[in-house]
Design a protein around this ligand. Structure first.
Ligand code: NG6
Ligand code: CA
Length: 510
């Protein structure tokens, strides 16, 4: 089997070499499709294939059982916007101002024309689509006029099709944007959005908590939409507002439509789920299924969404010819601003598995995430402990599709295709992760740069990993980052600090 895989893969590569770079392959030599499933806030321990025992995730586990499961994979940031920026552009978000968690009315953060995974794959002849959570801003400087054409957007960075939750489920505007337009917007009921002064006369969670079906615990007390207080104020657009309970069905349906509409060209689908971000309001058929409250039920729903995509590939006979990548944007959090029982019903479950910290944290639970790659017959079944970063998806998929890419734009992205396809078990020399502080992992060691951020966030109950002194952990002996051994290992500390500074110096930091 392994030999067959090597022969097949070598044959595949030979075909690529015979192609000129940046040239659309001739028909008949169809490149494999690529489906990238990006979960939100899903922790290292939140899948049964990654050790969760409270709830089963059979569909995601199926991908793991038929593919390669990584134990040492990293997103480049402990929050959403910067992770997505880095993954799509191949450039660390901390190099560019304005890439922190974006407001719902933020302007487009990735500059139009900038190299992205989508622009690279489009050049290779792929039909490219993004469905689900965006959270990378839309529209010109100053943000979009929601009632007109909402552009620039995904199209300007290489996506032929988009169906978006513009920011997050907990941020206004609570509407879907398909290509350049809000879906179902009545021109007589225009939308206005504000992240400053309250607008409109609709009740807020702050003033009318009695109207809430899910109460906030911190933040999330502005305009009430569908019985849930949001971040930000909105008015108008009544007919276009989403129903949170239907969101997984709606976006999964759009993702399936995209796959089903494909013709002879290969396709790239970036399916960015809302689950398991707050507000966790799964469809009634998933309510109570996990015994862990809405957070666990959202995991069950996420697994269902994934199953629908995988089953669609089966149904269309595309499974063998599709590279599926499943991963998450940052680590887990229980109470992220709503009283949804995530804490009291956790029932012994460890969302981050063995790791310390969580979402927002420089400790590894913030950024070490599940990663599964499946391409039957080409990617070996099993596990890999290679050091991997999502920032390398761009260069790796460029190699996969025989494309050159703009290295000025995507300067942090390395071709790690061999690692992602299981032909190399070593991976990167080092990875950089970012929270408030930058960290670097090299071999067994992790260094967190000193900084004066808070050590603990009491609202989310997460240790943030900040300290004013340098931190050095030996992840091999101490994966929970309990013992800071920097003082006893000054040479190793200096080596990693110097290496981190070199990477920073290479492309700047803002
Ligand atoms: C925080 C929100 C949190 C979540 C996060 C972004 C509050 C109090 N907290 O500011 O609920 O929305 O931003 O999450 O407002 S992310 O996964 O999209 O990065
Ligand atoms: Ca997230």
């Amino acid at each position: 089997m392994r030999l067959l895989t090597i022969i097949l893969f070598t044959g595949f590569e030979c075909f690529f070499i015979s192609c000129r770079p940046s040239e659309k392959p001739e028909s008949g030599n169809r490149l494999p499709n690529i489906v990238l499933i990006y979960a939100d806030d899903l922790g290292y321990g939140d899948l049964s294939s990654y050790g969760m025992t409270n709830v089963k995730t059979p569909n995601i586990d199926r991908i793991a059982n038929e593919g390669l499961k990584f134990s040492n994979a990293h997103t480049s940031s402990a929050t959403c916007t910067p992770s997505r920026f880095s993954m799509l552009t191949g450039s660390y978000a901390w190099r560019k101002k304005g890439t922190g968690v974006a407001r719902g009315n933020a302007a487009m953060i990735i500059e139009p024309g900038r190299e992205t995974i989508a622009s690279v794959l489009k050049r290779a002849g792929y039909n490219t689509g993004v469905v689900g959570k965006w959270h990378l801003g839309l529209g010109p400087d100053g943000g979009p006029d929601w009632n007109k054409e909402i552009k620039p957007g995904p199209k300007e960075i290489g996506f032929d099709y988009s169906f978006l939750i513009p920011a997050t489920g907990d941020r206004v505007p609570c509407v879907y944007v398909e290509n350049y337009k809000i879906v179902g917007l009545d021109p007589n009921d225009p939308i206005e959005v504000s992240y400053g002064k309250p607008i409109g006369d609709e009740p807020t969670g702050k003033d009318h908590p009695e109207l809430l079906k899910m109460k906030h615990s911190h933040g999330h007390n502005n305009t009430i939409i569908n019985g849930i207080g949001r971040i930000g104020y909105m008015t108008g657009g009544q007919a276009a507002r989403w129903v949170d309970e239907d969101m997984a069905d709606v976006i999964t349906g759009k993702a399936i439509d995209f796959i089903e509409k494909q013709g002879d060209d290969p396709f790239f689908l970036y399916f960015s789920t809302h689950d398991i971000h707050v507000p966790r309001v799964p469809h009634s058929r998933f309510v109570g299924k996990s015994g862990m409250g809405p957070r666990g039920d959202a995991i069950v729903q996420l697994d269902w969404c994934t199953g629908e995509i995988i089953n669609t590939l089966d149904k269309l006979g595309l499974t063998e010819n599709t590279l599926v990548i499943f991963t998450s944007d940052n680590g887990p959090v229980l109470d992220d601003g709503y009283q949804d029982d995530a804490v009291i019903k956790v029932n012994g479950h460890k969302p981050a598995g063995v790791l310390r910290g969580g979402k927002y944290s420089a400790f590894d639970a913030g950024t070490r995430i599940p990663l599964i790659v499946r391409w039957p017959g080409n990617v070996p079944v099993g596990n890999s402990d290679a050091l991997v970063s999502q920032v390398d998806f761009l260069a790796s998929l460029a190699t996969f599709s025989n494309q050159q890419f703009d290295r000025n734009d995507a300067g942090d992205s390395q071709n790690q295709l061999d690692v992602l396809l299981g032909n190399n078990k070593t991976g990167r020399d080092h990875v950089i992760e970012s929270a408030r502080a930058l960290s670097i992992i090299k071999g067994d060691w992790k260094y967190i740069e000193p900084n004066n951020g808070a050590r603990y966030n009491k609202y989310v109950d997460i240790e943030l990993g900040n300290d004013t002194i340098p931190q050095l952990y030996n992840l091999k002996n101490d994966i929970r980052e309990q013992n800071n051994v920097a003082e006893h290992n000054p040479e190793k500390t200096k080596e990693l600090a110097d290496l981190l500074n070199q990477v920073v110096a290479k492309g700047g930091r803002q």
